[in-house]
Each structure stands twice: as C-alpha cells, then as structure tokens.
Write a protein that binds this ligand. Sequence first.
Ligand code: SAM
Length: 482
Amino acid sequence: MPQRKRPVRSQVRKQRQKQPPSIPRTIRHAVYILIERYRTTGQLVRDQVLELFLNDEIRPQAVAWSERLILRQRTIDRVLKECVSRPVDQVQASLWTILRMGANELLFGPADSQHAAISETVEICRLLTHPEWTGFVNGVLRGVQRLLTDQVTKEIAANAYPFENHEYRVLNKEIFPDLEAHFPSYMGFAFSLPEPLIREWDRRYTREEFIELCWSTLEAPPMHVRLNRIAVEPAQWVERCREAEIAVSTTEVPESIRIDQKVRLSNLPGFEAGEFVVQDIAATHAAKLLNPYPGQRVLDLCAGPGTKTTQLAELMLDRGELLATEVSPRRIEQIEENAKRLQISCIKTLLIDREDPYISDEPFDAILIDAPCSNTAVLGKRAEARWRYSITELHLLNDIQMQLLDTASELLVEDGRMVYSTCSIEPKENEQLISRWLETHPEFTCSEMKSILPNANRDGGFCALVERRENSEEIENVDELS
Ligand SMILES: C[S@@+](CC[C@H](N)C(=O)[O-])C[C@H]1O[C@@H](n2cnc3c(N)ncnc32)[C@H](O)[C@@H]1O
C-alpha cells in the first residue's frame, strides 16, 4: 500500500482545517471512516462500528462492505495498479482508500450498480473536502469498469478472479500472473492472500486442495449454533424453529444445528433462556476430546469469550468447578455474560497476567488450552487475520503456545488430561508444536489428534489430547479429516 510522505508544517495546518465530519453522512462515508481507522490504528471494523452513528439497517451493510474490502485488498490493489497511470507511491494513502472502495464495489458488487458505485465514490471526495481528487478517482474507476465483462467461468485464468459460488469473473485483460509459470503467485493475488501463507500452502497441498482451501478463505461458512444440552433437546428446538418458519438443518453433530437463513440471534427460539450459543461444528471437538465429568475440577486456560467454557460446563452437567482464565478484561466480561445467559453456575472467572499467570495452588483434573493462533482455519470469518500472518508472527505465537502448555502441565493432577486446540491448519502451531513440546516433556504423550481443513460448510481447526505417559499409550489414533 502506498506510504504517505511526511507532510510539511503548512500542509499539516491545512489538513487540520480540512477535518472530515465525524458523523457518517452516507454508507460509503461510514465505510471510508471504518477503513481509514483500521488502516491508521489497526482497530477492527467490528470493534469500532458501534462508535459511529449508524442505524440498524446500514450498520451490518457498512461492516460487510468494509470487511470485504479488507479481505479482498490484494486483488483490489492488483486491479487498481493496472488502471492508475501515476506511480502508486505518489497517491496519498487516504485517496488510495477511496479508490479501493470504488473498485471493491465494481469488482464484487451487483453489476447493475456500477454507475452508482463510481458517482457515489467520487462524491466521497467532495464530502471530505477534496474536490481536487474527483477527476482522478472518476478516471481510475472508469478504467476499472472498462476491465469488467459480464462473463464468469468455472476455471482459474490469468484474466479472471474468484467471484462467488466457485465461479471466476472474467476481465478483458490478463492482469494476474501467468498460471503455468507462476501458479502460487496467481493464487496470492486472485484470492487475496499473503505470499508467506501461499508459499506454505503450495508446498503442502495438491493443486485441487489448494484451490478448495483458498475458496474457503473468501466467505464465512453457514452459521451453526450449539444447543445447550442441559436446557433443551435438539429435536424439540428444531421443531420450534420449524413452527416459527425459520429454516434450519440438523448436522452430523447432534447438538450443532445449521441456520439456513438470515435471522437475528434474538429471534431464534430460546435466546434469552440460554438454549444455544453460536459455534461452528469444527470448534465443538476440543471440549469433547477433553471429555470432563460432572464434579471434576477443570481449567479453561484461554477462555474468552467463553464459547468452549460453556460447552465444558454443559458436559459437566453444571456440576463441579470450572475456572475460566483470560488475559483480557473485556473477554472476562463476555465469559460472565455467556455463563449468565446460559444459566450456568459452575463457572468462575479469573483475570490473569500474561507474564506471571498465577492461577491456583490446587491442581486440575482436566485442562483446555484453546491457544491464540494465526487463525488460518477461519480466514473466511476474520477479514483482517490473513494480513497478520507472517513467519515472525508464527514464531511469536509459538513462544506463547509453548508457554501455555508449560503452564497447563504444571497445574495438572497426576492422571489428568489436557487438550491443546487452535483454529489454525498450520502444522507449525499444531502437530509440530506438540511434537516439539513433548521432546522436552517426555513424561507426557499425545494420545489423539484431530485436524480439520475448512471448506464451504464449516471452519477448520486442530485439537490434541495430551496425557501423562504412565497413564497412557503411545499415539493410538491420528484422525485426519479433510
Ligand atoms: C482462541 S481464543 C479462545 C476462544 C475461547 N476458548 C472460546 O471458545 O470462546 C484465545 C484467547 O486466549 C487469550 N490469551 C492470549 N494470551 C493468553 C495467555 N497468555 N493466557 C491466557 N489467555 C490468553 C486471548 O485473549 C483470547 O481470548
């Protein structure tokens, strides 16, 4: 992305006088504010959107447009560079944001709104009191429009980019890298993924698997809810949805139900009564692998916002002690809100210090370590996560993950069980990390692993059961789901 040159003092004064209004006047203006704040502060769109004055209808749309822009940023930039005649590093960063907004709408919005996409984006320049930008923005966006055709194809091609439903929208020029000579590079630009991740996936997967995986990073899978089995039977809940004419489907996991239409959570049966939480099927495996019993003393080490904590409590039939620890005060609040809504009383929360995590003098029977990770198994849901991925970041995460395993192992009773889980598909923070940790902890062994690749219907993820060697066999069972 182009870097803004350091402004001279008189320009700073001029810019201060030209402060844009803080209350969004239009949806595009809201998108501009959200993207600029994300660019300059790193604050996530979802975290900042409530600070803007937006009505309930416009807010989700502004979030969707902004997140799509962030997610498809690399593809958008590739197209824009084709249409911008001046050197890209001479375009101011906020002007580039406006170009990205227009290109986002042209490339991914409905075909019949192209005229509005250009004229309304140009209007943003005036709203921001930059009338001098209008001609340039208009010219570049008309260039993007000229690249578009109304054709789609099922095949990847250097003149086509992934659009929707596994179809590629055809451009009238080959602007992406040549497929035969530079296949991974094509994938990076067309699917808007960072180079280091593309290189990893190219090494690990066949071409078909690679393409399928990249498609899964573009859109969130359908929403699933996990029913609170203490409060409700799946068959009854599904029946109540059908009576309320809400389309849902049962899945291979009895308590996980797919929601097949757009609906507010509060309009699903039993929201207030705590009959369900939103949770993807892939995320349900870790707590089940830990399999805590009623009456046990259990630790959920990285618990916020509490989705798996409540699942552990349900498996314990709300009997015993379940300590949920977190380093984030906001996430502690969320765990407490979730426990309250689900009417679960065995959960206690504890805010801990990242550097010096004192948790308890008493050991635990079972421990879940749902570690912070690169999120590569849920990229379709987390628009910004792909841009955090790097080898350096992975090393930093590995240090935290190793530390969490150390902390947990010291708090486990002699015959206790611990499960390490991530929402990543990177062996470096999954299988390989567990192997490395076991090398320095020969008293432990891994007795089961589950690795799930994401696809159009579900997230991916990883979980591993780790037990003390005296009480367990060598690896019995490695379960690979793809
Ligand atoms: C993958 S999320 C956990 C999701 C949660 N288990 C659930 O199902 O809702 C990882 C969490 O670990 C927390 N975290 C990060 N570093 C930590 C540490 N050193 N100790 C404990 N928690 C940590 C983060 O704040 C984040 O909430």
